[in-house]
Structure formats: structure tokens, C-alpha cells
Design a binder for this molecule. Structure first.
Ligand code: DX5
Ligand code: ZN
Length: 218
């Protein structure tokens, strides 16, 4: 079962509520929140108050991608603000196992995220505890970049490993995914697709989401 996570990083924040209604009506599964702190990544986006406001107005699952230093300091706040899935970066965590346990003790789903240059084998030892792995297919920090094709090889390797170990873990991929390269992303074993620029392109949210959904069904 494939899922679409709409990244609102490329939304028009002047009419965010309306755009989220459109995302929900078009059948996307998750809202993907790209939280950036200007330290872990060279950009600043949005955070806790934005999640809280949106939580009051939608039933969509909140997939929160924390691109922040010291994620351990903020897990509880994002959980309270309405996160359903919390993704933290392996590269940012001092004690990944402790962080996973904390996220799960708050009743949330936990995902670990790796940057394009991080070898996927680094996270094998955590897989037993994870609900999802988020593989970045661009350098984190900005929407609208081009997918780095070598990251598909990591997805394939991880999917094979997960299957071999009989684990049930989602593989999410994030960055540069458009309807025209979606096929190869799914072929590599990804089952949760993040898209931002592709969804808000030309302000045609419904049509753009539909293109993803159609490929999911093929
Ligand atoms: C990049 C973010 C992505 C991004 C989505 O740091 O994590 O979620 O907004 O990527 P695009 O816009 O390429 O679909
Ligand atoms: Zn993201």
C-alpha cells in the first residue's frame, strides 16, 4: 500500500488552511512538516505553533520531519502539538535508541532519517525499533531540488534487508519526486512518497495529487 505525504514547505502560507483542505480532499495520506532550525540545515522554516493551528482543522496524519540539532529537546513539544509520526535525523541524534524509546513512549510512530551521504548500514541496528526509515533523496534544507539517483540504490538495499529480516517497516523517500520519476522510486522499494514542489506546482493541487495517485494504482 503506497502513501503520499504532502510537504507543505512549498505551500502558499497566506492561504495554508485552504490548501490543506485541498490536499485532504484530493486523497493524500499525510501532511509532511519540514521543520528547519538554521543549524542542522542552512534554512529556517516553521515549527510548533504551525502544527498546533493545523491540528485543529484536519484529520490528516502529521508526518513531522525534524531537521534540527538536539532533537531530544523538542520531541515532547512536537508530540503535544499533534505529531503522529516523528522523524529525526540519525546525524543529529546523540543517543538514537533513547530518542526512539522516548517517541514511542509518547504513543507516536518513530522514523529515523538519513541524509543522501549517510550509509544505510549505519541504521540497521535500530530497525527492530522503528516504524519507518526516511531516506533523503536531496540534501535537506530546501524544496524543489533534483532527486539524487544514487539514493535509489540505498532504498533497494534497505528494502532487501528488511525483507530478509522479515521486518515490517515503511520506507519513505523525500526530495525531488515528481510523477515522471515516481515509477523508479516505487521500484526501488519505497512505499511512502514525500512530494512538495510537485504538489503545489501551478497551484493545481488536486490535479497534481491525482497524478501521484494514478501511478500508485498502476
Ligand atoms: C527538504 C525537505 C523536503 C522537501 C520536499 O529538506 O525535507 O520534504 O520540502 O521536496 P520537494 O519539494 O523536492 O518535493
Ligand atoms: Zn522532508
Amino acid at each position: 500500500m503506497y502513501k503520499l505525504a504532502s510537504s507543505i514547505l512549498s505551500a502558499d502560507f497566506n492561504i495554508l488552511g485552504e490548501q490543506i483542505e485541498q490536499i485532504e480532499a484530493a486523497g493524500a495520506d499525510y501532511i509532511h512538516f519540514d521543520v528547519m532550525d538554521g543549524h542542522f540545515v542552512p534554512n529556517i522554516s516553521f515549527g510548533i505553533p504551525v502544527l498546533k493551528s493545523i491540528r485543529a482543522n484536519t484529520n490528516l496524519i502529521f508526518d513531522v520531519h525534524l531537521m534540527i540539532a538536539s532533537p531530544e529537546k523538542y520531541i515532547k513539544a512536537f508530540s503535544d502539538a499533534g505529531a503522529d509520526i516523528i522523524n529525526f535525523h540519525y546525524e543529529a541524534a546523540k543517543n538514537p535508541l533513547k530518542l526512539i524509546q522516548e517517541i514511542k513512549s509518547l504513543g507516536k510512530k518513530c522514523a529515523m532519517t538519513i541524509k543522501p551521504g549517510t550509509d544505510v548500514e549505519n541504521i540497521y541496528k535500530y530497525l527492530n525499533e522503528l516504524d519507518m526509515v526516511l531516506l533523503m533523496s536531496v540534501e535537506p534544507g530546501f524544496g524543489g531540488q533534483m532527486l539524487i539517483e544514487s539514493t535509489l540504490e540505498k532504498a533497494r538495499k534497505l528494502r532487501d534487508y528488511i525483507t530478509q529480516k522479515n521486518l515490517v517497516i515503511d520506507i519513505e523517500m523525500d526530495g525531488g519526486i515528481y510523477p515522471d520519476n515516481l515509477g523508479m522510486v516505487l521500484d526501488a522499494g519505497v512505499n511512502v512518497v514525500v512530494a512538495g514542489a510537485a504538489i503545489f506546482e501551478n497551484n493545481k493541487i488536486n490535479t497534481n495529487i491525482d497524478m501521484f495517485m494514478r501511478t500508485f494504482k498502476e
